[in-house]
Design a protein around this ligand. Sequence first.
Ligand SMILES: [Zn+2]
Length: 436
Amino acid sequence: MNIHAILYSAFILCTSAIATPKNVILMISDGCGYNQIEAANLYQTGRRVAQIYESFPVKIPMSTWSKTGNKYDGNKAAKDATWVKFKPTDSAASATAFATGKKAYDSSIGMDMDKHPMKNLSETARKAGKSAGVVTTAPISHATPSAFVVHNESRNNYEDIANSMIFDSDVQVIFGAGHPFYDNDGKQVKTPDYKYIGQAAFDSLAHGGAKSRGGTWSFIETKSAFDSLAQGRSKLPERIVGIAQVYYTFEEARGGKDHGRDSVYQSPFNANVPTLATLAQGALRVLSQNEKGFFLMVEGGAVDMAAHDNYFARSIEEELDFDRAVDSVVTWIENHGGFEETLLIVTGDHETGYLTGPGGVKDSAAIDYKLINNGKGNMPGYAWNLKSHSNQLVPLFAKGNSSGSIIKIAGTDPVRGPYTDNAMIGSELLKILSAK
Ligand SMILES: [Zn+2]
């Protein structure tokens, strides 16, 4: 290659490289720490490391603490195995940290300590001319999805939050659960339960014509409508709300014999409910209509719920549903401009259940952390040590444009090494999404 060719190649490289990614996709497995990923891997493959995102160029631990809880302290956590059991974040504060770049109090939906709204990633993306959306296997008004869209003093104000999402927000996609006319098995109920959506919002969606300052919403609810959208068989709407025909969560709360002892997939999945991968694909098709790009948050919402209940098989089912959604997003990125155009982050918002090896956490000094590998298709040896969240570091994986530069170091953990923090990630994503 002569000097002109070399200079020309360098010129092409410089002009073709984009400083910041066009698209940002943040995938959050709610309640997922290191061992939740490993448990799903062991069941699925018999290997401890098996997911595509585990080979991403950026892999780093992340702290998740909230202003209400204990600030993460690696030395205290290393000295006393019970320290992480106390004063962890909730999902609202962690989602708010990701969404606004600021630590908040537990139950805050995008509000600061004085209960003033803080600008979030969706609002920032919209201001830059990009599209924005959230999808989840939990109700749409649940803490994680809502903190990326609206602002509320408390995560428990579901109807209020749903009203803000439907009648006020400026995002393009909202998919999730909370359907008032269906139960946790996807069966129709006689008396609707509007807890998660509210009658006004649901009626206006179902009757057509629901709108906010972002325009009029399309609405879907059947599995076939979600499938058609994901597979490109239906006309693309500009904005869409999808409420799957199920109540609290897509699959985790469905019936079964004994949830605590059942094996993985022992009870058949709800037949009328899509997968998280289907939701993600549908959202990507709608959002990528915008040539300026988009921000999408994808939540596996029920790993946390399974872990609260200490239902091991269901936590594996939910993590595998999340993992398949990541696979589908990676394939989409590869087919749509590649990782030069899109930044993908895969992480958890906090760990739930303090999942360990079968010896568990006996006292401050004794912990049996490592799951037992019982081979592919078998449940690993495990123990739960909590029915709530823990304050452990969780893993974060990133690939694509700016994946290295978003990582700022919050501290060094004596066990896991340098770690970042959820609010630091949020703060960097805000910078990326505000670039026009
Ligand atoms: Zn939780």
